[in-house]
Design a protein around this ligand. Structure first.
Ligand code: ADP
Ligand code: MG
Length: 606
């Protein structure tokens, strides 16, 4: 057969396979067109998962009657203007669309109707495309005075029945449509959105202010109140790249990464970079199978990011991916570090749920100013907080309940975590705060403090070691022993000195002083488990958080140890002064807060 050009219909149908592979993709293209047209309100109606009917109505600038035929023509767009040199600048794209493909593609596989009234035009016009055949423009009645567009798509894929067979069913398509709208709605909180599917209103989102508060309100409306109440503000910039948005507290984490959203120059994108960066940033505050909720917004020079990777434009390529990754990790870590001892309302909610009551809403102690850090500890407990570890290490195994040091009990109002009132079951510290109470898990809390202290020491030159009078000989599986000894030098910097001691055994001669009396055998065996799970190529430095948290766990006040009131108060003050102390090294909360209002609710007083 000789080579022949494909007829335009076939070209459009082939393009449609990529641009509108499913109804949600058509919805995305049409809503993006509305956003590009400067709409302030967009109404989306879908029937039968979008396969039967789609209607997108906006109040944007509209399309002049004379341009309607061009709008449905392939590779015709109003969004790429030639630069001064007469060339089109594909590297500098500020609109959502630019390929001029969506409308002709949809027209090739469905019954498309575009009615519009252009800004300033006396009346509206309409054009039809059915299976690639264009009719119009023709006059159409237009209720209302303003400009805008009404794009209707009926019988999607009627012209390509083979494609119809690939649809996953109406329910799945309907879900995909609402997912697309949610992402776009998060990207543009200043635009009102409504979504109605099969006669049911699914989303009704009023326009919000174009600032951080408006954005948080929109995120809350889309992702749920829980996200809104448990999110940390992210705001940073480096080398012309601006990052903003909200990051969920570790204690409000999720079982999968579905609640992680990235927007690049207002465009929702799916990029693996985000999940990797989130994992790195949260690695020492979250267990590996938990994922933070995130909505992050990157703003950068359009020339530094390529959105023209795929016709659907949901993938991007960054000119400097390492910069973006570093920026995200740094900003998330900073936010987590300055979150102070803010617990998640989810934790209070779960506690009250177990007791059969609803939380009082905006629970959770919030630092008076962001970045409540060790400088924040003042007054009589400051020295005590600093020396908490000293107190713990020097204390005999069974502390009498009488205070060893006669420090006065602090006023509950003075401190976010209040004044310790009791220790229950040798495990939980109960403290009274200005407007409620907190229950602290002493082991989880102390583990966190030890980890943070070790990190600080490490940054300041190394972890202090404590020699054992008699080296501890630990029997190990030979493979484990070899792996451990291969890291001996790195471990020594962390305060643990191990030497070979014949086949299948090591001698532990020094341990990190901070850990106090530890069971060297158990510590070494746990570390061997860590090392076995690591990638050979990684240095200990790269897995530092895991190694340190294993060590910290061993050095922590075990549950079951009785604490004096001074020790308890010192622990509370130390928690207030330590970044990330709201959760243990595995992302579990270190304390639960109950407001008086919550307690009153429990007793039916409210
Ligand atoms: P692209 O968005 O890539 O330019 P489309 O095929 O999606 O390509 O749209 C073609 C053109 O039709 C757009 O460039 C725009 O000028 C016009 N258009 C489409 N939808 C609308 C709308 N809702 N309001 C105003 N103009 C629109
Ligand atoms: Mg478009």
């Amino acid at each position: 057969m000789p080579i022949a050009r494909l007829p335009p219909d076939a070209v459009n149908q082939i393009a449609a396979g990529e641009v509108v592979e499913r109804p949600a993709a058509a919805v995305k293209e049409l809503v993006e067109n509305s956003l590009d047209a400067g709409a302030s309100a967009i109404r989306i109606t879908a029937e039968g998962g979008g396969l039967t009917r789609l209607l997108i109505e906006d109040d944007g600038c509209g399309i002049p009657r004379a341009e309607l035929p061009l709008a449905v023509e392939r590779h015709a767009t109003s969004k790429l203007a030639p630069g001064a040199d007469g060339a089109l600048d594909l590297l500098n794209i500020a609109t959502m669309g630019f390929r001029g493909e969506a409308l002709p593609s949809i027209g090739a596989v469905a019954r498309l109707s575009i009615a519009s009234r252009a800004a300033g035009a006396p009346d509206a016009a309409r054009i039809l495309v059915e299976g690639g055949v264009v009719t119009g423009p023709m006059p159409v009645s237009w209720g209302g005075a303003g400009a805008g567009a009404r794009v209707e798509v009926r019988d999607l894929f009627f012209a390509t029945p083979a494609r119809l067979k690939f649809m996953k069913g109406e329910r799945a398509e309907a879900l995909a449509i609402s997912d697309v709208i949610k992402r776009l709605a998060m990207a543009r909180c200043d635009v009102a959105f409504t979504l109605e599917q099969d006669g049911r209103a699914q989303l009704r989102l009023p326009a919000e202010a174009a600032d951080e508060e408006g954005r948080l309100a929109r995120l809350g409306a889309v992702l749920g109140r829980e996200f809104q109440d448990n999110a940390l503000l992210i705001q940073t910039a480096r080398e012309g790249v601006r990052l903003s948005g909200y990051a969920g507290l570790p204690t409000a984490s999720r079982g999968d990464a579905r609640f992680q959203f990235l927007f690049v120059n207002g465009r929702p994108v799916k990029d693996r970079l985000l999940q990797g960066a989130a994992r790195a940033a949260y690695q020492d505050v979250l267990a590996r199978d938990r994922h933070p909720a995130l909505a992050l917004f990157l703003e950068l020079d359009p020339a530094l990011v390529d959105v023209n990777v795929h016709p659907a434009k949901t993938e991007v390529r960054f000119r400097d991916a390492a910069l973006v990754r570093g920026l995200i990790i740094g900003a998330l870590r900073h936010a987590l570090g300055s979150a102070g001892v803010r617990p998640a309302t989810t934790v209070t909610g779960a506690a009250l749920g177990a007791l059969g009551a609803a939380p009082s809403g905006a629970g959770g102690w919030r630092p008076a100013k962001p970045g409540f850090d060790r400088r924040g500890v003042t007054g009589e407990f400051a020295p005590l907080a600093q020396s908490f570890h000293g107190v713990m290490e020097a204390a005999p195994a069974a502390v009498s309940s009488a205070p060893a040091v006669a420090a006065p009990a602090p006023e509950p109002e003075l401190y976010p975590l209040g004044a310790a009132r009791a220790q229950l079951h040798g495990t939980y510290i109960v403290a009274q705060t200005a407007d409620g109470m907190v229950i602290v898990d002493q082991h989880a809390a102390h583990e966190r403090l030890t980890l943070e202290r070790m990190k600080t020491m490490l940054a300041g030159g190394g972890v202090a070691r404590q020699p054992l009078l008699i080296p501890d000989i630990v029997e190990l599986d030979p493979d484990d022993g070899a792996r451990l000894l291969a890291r001996a030098e790195e471990l020594a910097a962390l305060g643990l000195v191990v030497e070979p001691f014949g086949p299948g055994a090591v001698a532990v001669s020094e341990t990190p002083a901070l850990l106090g009396q530890v069971d060297a055998g158990r510590l070494v065996r746990d570390l061997c488990d860590d090392l076995a799970a690591f990638d050979e190529g990684l240095s200990l430095q790269e897995r530092l958080d895991e190694v340190l948290s294993t060590m910290a766990c061993h050095g922590s006040v075990r549950a079951g140890r009785r604490l004096s009131p001074d020790e308890m108060n010192a622990l509370l003050r130390q928690m207030e002064a330590t970044p990330r102390s709201g959760q243990c090294n595995h992302g579990r909360p270190t304390f639960v807060e109950l407001k008086l209002a919550d307690i009153e609710r429990l007793f039916g007083r409210r």
